[in-house]
Each structure stands twice: as structure tokens, then as C-alpha cells.
Design a protein around this ligand. Structure first.
Ligand SMILES: Nc1ncnc2c1ncn2[C@@H]1O[C@H](COP(=O)(O)OP(=O)(O)OP(=O)(O)O)[C@@H](O)[C@H]1O
Ligand SMILES: [Mg+2]
Length: 457
């Protein structure tokens, strides 16, 4: 019999060591090493069924036949888009999110839609009894007989159930409750999570079934367990939102079958999650029009343009070093843009505190929002409100020039759709596309010109 070995594994990064240590050398966290008994190597199986048995020859890439990977479509446009237009058969998707944010609700709803469309669906819950799942299903109005539920945590029974039912869509809620009976450590530990995920990956690939697993998140907001988990799966989704708002954002952070940075927006209602078709409206909902320091930018989220409000508050520093704070945007952009405003436009900002915020809790990380940030800062500093019907788009360079951005047409179209009257865009972006008739296009070459056009000097 193969010998079992004891090892110590960091629960935060997966670092392994033969002896216990107080501080993990891998990630530097304290008190994260726990004892786990490792499984004999012989019982490990490869993810791809044939790879260990038959020797495969390398073949020229041009001779490999491809087909569009088959996809299953849900009724929810938002959900399909986040996954890169539909669920890929044989893919393993990890979905993480804060407790109570609505992960089980979302997946039960998707399961129900797929079952309604004639797919066999298996919903496995390790956290709730079938009765609890049924209570939620009643609230969501689930009716299909093709949706089977199971309350199980033992991985061998889970794989048997998948074998018997032969579904096309499986939900495992959550990976932290699943355990592999050959591994002695507790469910939720690094070895358990890793081995269970590998086994589910093997099932997904060999049977061509799409498996969604729910992952808990840590205090810092990343998926609990080793980072390795995110490397193993095909797609990682985060379901986020503020506790105080009913809006929830589903975001792809990794996707082997589509673009990342796509997001889907849902609203939590008594009857479940409802998709929000026009996100720009909700991000601009509470805007106080005509306030100094507030501008609107058309930013790209994946393939979709959304309009978001950027707010700045500039106030004199009372003591010590001036503060620079930013939520929702890269905080390094703020001092950089302030330096540009100071040097190229002549605004005296060095003894001013600056607070920047993207309204609505979204995070923006593209350079096209630079100009809107700069105008917001200048507007708050001068106490001069920009026109509430202006939308501002452009990247700012270190010499104060306004640089070209991608997908200008789509951004301007979205602004026109929501009733904006004027778009301030980079001069270099003018021409080569057809602007909508009901919006005035103003091209600017540098920040000074943009300030002159929006704030009047
Ligand atoms: N009767 C109800 N009416 C409206 N909303 C409800 C109702 N019951 C539950 N909810 C909402 O559903 C949320 C719980 O959703 P769900 O159980 O899907 O979350 P979860 O992410 O799976 O949580 P966990 O991490 O505990 O598994 C609650 O936080 C609440 O907002
Ligand atoms: Mg749940």
C-alpha cells in the first residue's frame, strides 16, 4: 500500500511544506498552515481521460479540426453575455460572491430556465436541504420536472448522481462543502477543494456537461481556498453588489471562451433576480444635475458602453500632506491628472485635498475616463458646474494632450440614446464614423481646450 504523508498546507495560497511554520513563506500570511494528510499519488487521475493511458503524438496545428464549441442559451441575456454568449458544454465555471448576495438564487433561476427549455438539470446543494431549496424554488416560481435537486456533500455520490441522471447542466452549491472520501482533511480545506474541483473538471470534460460551482469568498473578497482553484476552472465569475442596494453585478474575471470585463446587471426582487436592460439609467439615476465636480463619462464594460457619473471634491488641505483618495478608479491616476492640470493648465492644486468617486459602486479601469476625471477635478476646484447634458470622453497624456479612444461611435450612441446633447471627444476621433443626428460633437486637442469648452475657461 502506498504510504500516506503528512504535510502542512497554507489555506490562503496553497503553499506546501513538510513542517509547520507560523508564517507562510508563499504569501506571508500568519497562522494559515494546517496539517493535511496527502493522498497517495497512485490514486490521482488525470483531468483529460485519455492523456495518461495512450501516448499522443504532437500534430500540426493546422490539421486539428475545430468546431464552434456547442453552447446552451439561457433566457437571461445578461447571463449569456457574461459567459461570452451562452454556457459552453463541458465547461467548469466557478462563481464567487459575498454571503447572501444571491448566488444560490441566480443559479436556481438559471437552472429553472434551462429545465423549462427542455434540458436535464441537476442542482446539488451541500448547504441546504432539498426542502430549503424547494422553498426558494416556490418563491422563484420554478415548475419544471426536468430540474432535479439533491442534497449531498460526498463527491463519490455526486459523481454517481451525475452518471445516472446524465444532465446537461449541473450546479454544485458550494465547493467548500464537498468532500472526497479518500482525503482525510476537513471539507473546505485546500486539498479537499483542489481534489474535488479536479474531479468535477474531469467529469465536465469527459461527459460534456457544464458544471457551475459556487465558491465562498474570504474577508478580503477573493474566492476562499487557494488561487489554484481559479487557475483550474474555465471561467471565474464574481457576483457582487452593495448590501444596501438591490442591484447585483455579475462579472467575468476569467473566461476561456469569451471576453472578460463583461458584466451583467440584475436587480434582487422578492420573485428572484430580474435583469436590468439599461444599466446607464441606474448609474445616473441619483445624479444631482448641475453640481460642481460631477461629470458623466461613456465607459466601455466589455462590449457594452455604460454611462457613469464621476464625482470630485476638491477642498483646501487643513494640515500636513494633501490627501488623494479615489473609489472606483485607479488611485494612481488622480495625482497624475492633478499634476497635468497644475503644470499644463496652471491650476494651483498642490495644497488641495482631492476625493474622487465613481457613483453607483462600479469600478472603471480604462484610460478613456481620464478627461472626465480632469474636468471633474477642475470643476470642483473652480466651483464651476459643467453642463449636465455633456458627456466627456478621452484619454489624457502627460503633456496635457487628449488622446484617441476606442469604440467612439458606440460610446456616443449610448450618450445620445440617454438624451445627452453634447459629447466632448478627442479631436483625433473625429471622422470616419457617423455621429447620431441629435448630439453635438465637439473635438478637443488638449485638457485646456476641454476645460474651456465645458467650464468656460
Ligand atoms: N422573501 C424574500 N424576498 C426578497 N428577497 C429575498 C427573500 N428571501 C431571500 N431574499 C434575498 O435573497 C438573498 C439570499 O440569496 P441566496 O440564498 O441566493 O444567497 P447566497 O449568495 O446563495 O448566500 P449563501 O452564501 O448563504 O449561500 C437574501 O440576502 C435576500 O436579499
Ligand atoms: Mg447559497
Amino acid at each position: 500500500m502506498a504510504k500516506t504523508k503528512v504535510k502542512f498546507i497554507c489555506q490562503s495560497c496553497g503553499y506546501e511544506s513538510p513542517k509547520w511554520m507560523g508564517k507562510c513563506p508563499g504569501c506571508g500570511e500568519w497562522n494559515t498552515m494546517t496539517e493535511e494528510i496527502s493522498k497517495p499519488a497512485s490514486s490521482r487521475r488525470a483531468v483529460f481521460a485519455h492523456s495518461s493511458q495512450t501516448l499522443q503524438k504532437p500534430s500540426p496545428i493546422t490539421s486539428i479540426e475545430t468546431a464552434q464549441e456547442p453552447r446552451i442559451f439561457t433566457n437571461s441575456e445578461e447571463f449569456n453575455r457574461v459567459l461570452g454568449s451562452g454556457i459552453v458544454k463541458g465547461s467548469l465555471v466557478l462563481i464567487g460572491g459575498d454571503p447572501g448576495i444571491g448566488k444560490s438564487t441566480l443559479l436556481l433561476q438559471v437552472s429553472s430556465q434551462l429545465a423549462d427549455n427542455g434540458n436535464d438539470v441537476l442542482y446539488i446543494s451541500g448547504e441546504e436541504s432539498v426542502k430549503q431549496t424547494k422553498l426558494r424554488a416556490d418563491r422563484l416560481g420554478v415548475k419544471s420536472d426536468k430540474l432535479l435537486v439533491l442534497s449531498e456533500t460526498d463527491l463519490s455520490f455526486i459523481s454517481k448522481a451525475i452518471e445516472e441522471v446524465n444532465p446537461s447542466f449541473v450546479v454544485v452549491d458550494s465547493i467548500q462543502t464537498v468532500f472526497h472520501s479518500e482525503i482525510s482533511s476537513a471539507p473546505g480545506s485546500v486539498s479537499q477543494v483542489r481534489e474535488s474541483t479536479a474531479e468535477l473538471m474531469r467529469i465536465a470534460k469527459t461527459k460534456g456537461v457544464a458544471i457551475f460551482i459556487v465558491g465562498h469568498v474570504t474577508k478580503e473578497g477573493s474566492i476562499a481556498g487557494p488561487r489554484i482553484l481559479e487557475h483550474m476552472v474555465d471561467t471565474v465569475l464574481y457576483f457582487e453588489g452593495e448590501r444596501h442596494h438591490t442591484y447585483r453585478i455579475l462579472r467575468a474575471v476569467k473566461n476561456r471562451f469569451g471576453s472578460t470585463n463583461e458584466m451583467g446587471i440584475f436587480e434582487m426582487k422578492e420573485s428572484g433576480l430580474e435583469e436590468v436592460e439599461n444599466p446607464s439609467e441606474i448609474f445616473l439615476e441619483e445624479r444631482s444635475k448641475g453640481a460642481a465636480g460631477s461629470t458623466v463619462v461613456a465607459s466601455m464594460e466589455g462590449t457594452r458602453s455604460v454611462l457613469v457619473e464621476i464625482q470630485a471634491l476638491i477642498s483646501p488641505t487643513s494640515f500636513g500632506n494633501p490627501r488623494r483618495m479615489a473609489t472606483g478608479i485607479d488611485h494612481n491616476r488622480v495625482p497624475l491628472l492633478m499634476a497635468v492640470l497644475e503644470k499644463r493648465v496652471g491650476l494651483l492644486l498642490q495644497n488641495q485635498d482631492a476625493y474622487l468617486k465613481v457613483a453607483g459602486g462600479v469600478k472603471l479601469d480604462e484610460p478613456a475616463i481620464d478627461l472626465a476625471i480632469a474636468v471633474s477635478i477642475a470643476s470642483s476646484f473652480k466651483d464651476a458646474p459643467p453642463k449636465p447634458t455633456d458627456v466627456i470622453i478621452g484619454e489624457v497624456g502627460l503633456t496635457g494632450e487628449v488622446r484617441r479612444v476606442s469604440r467612439i461611435e458606440q460610446r456616443v450612441m449610448e450618450a445620445a440614446k440617454l438624451g445627452f446633447k453634447r459629447a466632448i471627444i478627442p479631436e483625433a476621433n473625429i471622422g470616419g464614423w457617423n455621429p447620431p443626428a441629435d448630439i453635438e460633437i465637439v473635438g478637443v486637442k488638449n485638457v485646456a481646450e476641454a476645460l474651456q469648452k465645458t467650464l468656460g475657461g
